[in-house]
Design a protein around this ligand. Structure first.
Ligand code: TXA
Ligand code: MG
Length: 336
């Protein structure tokens, strides 16, 4: 399949002036698969009302068919596929939508294509804030099911080139926008019982949620290895080809590395490392936002360097703000 590329970078302020905007809409209506930028990571989008379209998403990604997708919307009135919304969830939507948080809500049956939710009685919904994503959703006027636009088992794509690398030839098109601003996948909040549970940490933190509705979050079991409440938790997460080990607490004494070893750390630790392969993740441990933004790109780069046989990655102080980042780093280290 020939994958079309729509470079909209010069049209982000007003996508309606982009010459091929109608073509994009038409392909969505015809059950096509199109990767689109969002503020978290690029998504592989398809009409969430069409079983033909949604089944192709699983095929193109090589995604296990029992791992449900997030439905992306432009406005709340589109949530005709949700049976009820807890008042606290509604308050949180007012506060954080559009933005990098997905809400798992009770599903109203027979509206969405069945494979969107993979047999679950709930559905994850997100209203992205990224300008391109928002304008596309408004234009297309369909709820779009979209997992991250990577091949299953690879890191989520935060740049056009990542999507191209994984999915060129497998999907109808890619909307080339700016790089993703956040760089980590959305916070997933399970709102099917109260208090709510954070199923996946992201840019919207527990404190931010609690500040809107005090008491709305219960300590999550999701991070416990033996209690995979979120279906996604049981699937293999991305880890680089070469084993990666976490240096918990960061690098705080001199370290000499051999030529086949790479170290990924803040620039502030560079003076402690002697060796060939030092990769800057951000300026210092305070700069966790840049680290989140760059992590997946650097991990992809590792897989392009055959001479690297072993990777060390510096950890960040564990707090609310670094929770999503450390969660992804730990998964990529597979517990090492
Ligand atoms: O930032 C994001 O969320 C990106 C962009 C494209 O929006 N999307 C994304 O999708 O990360 P994906 O498929 O890679 O991750 C969705 C996660 C999976 O872990 C999935 O298991 C979980 O959300 N999920 C989806 N529907 C669910 C449901 N009904 N119940 C529990 N977990 C659900
Ligand atoms: Mg994913």
């Amino acid at each position: 399949m020939k994958t079309k590329i729509w470079d909209v970078r010069n049209y982000v302020e007003d996508l309606s002036t982009y010459p091929q905007i109608e073509e994009i809409k038409t392909i969505f209506e015809a059950d096509g698969l199109i990767a689109i930028p969002t503020e978290t990571v690029y998504g592989l989008a398809a009409n969430a009302l069409s079983e033909t379209a949604v089944s192709k998403v699983y095929q193109a990604k090589g995604r296990p068919s029992d791992n449900p997708l997030i439905v992306h919307i432009y406005e709340r009135q589109q949530m005709t596929f949700v049976s009820s919304i807890h008042p606290a969830a509604s308050q949180l939507m007012d506060a954080f939508w559009p933005g990098p948080i997905s809400f798992i809500l009770p599903l109203k049956e027979n509206v969405l294509a069945p494979s969107v939710t993979a047999g679950h009685a709930s559905v994850a919904v997100r209203m992205p804030v990224d300008k391109t994503a928002r304008q596309l959703l408004r234009k297309v006027q369909l709820p779009l099911a979209a997992p991250s636009a990577n091949l299953s088992g690879r890191p989520s794509p935060t740049q056009f080139s990542h999507v191209y690398e994984d999915l060129n030839g497998r999907i109808d098109g890619i909307v080339q926008g700016p790089d993703s601003e956040v760089g980590l996948e959305s916070t997933v909040l399970d709102c099917t019982s109260y208090p709510f549970k954070i199923a996946r940490p992201g840019a919207v933190t527990e404190t931010m949620l609690e500040n809107i509705v005090p008491g709305c979050i219960t300590e999550s079991d999701y991070d416990l290895k033996d209690a995979p409440i979120a279906p996604g938790m049981k699937y293999r997460h991305y880890a680089p080809n070469s084993p990666m080990t976490l240096i918990d607490g960061g690098i705080n004494s001199p370290l000499t590395i051999e030529d086949h070893v790479a170290v990924i750390a803040p620039t502030s630790m560079k003076h402690l490392v002697t060796g060939k392969h030092f990769y800057d993740l951000c300026s210092s441990v305070e700069d966790y936002k840049t680290a989140a933004n760059r992590l997946y790109d650097i991990l992809r780069e590792m897989d392009h360097l055959p001479e690297i046989k072993k990777i060390y990655i510096s950890g960040f102080p564990r707090n609310e703000n670094t929770r999503a980042l450390m969660n992804r780093i730990e998964k990529a280290c597979s517990g090492k």
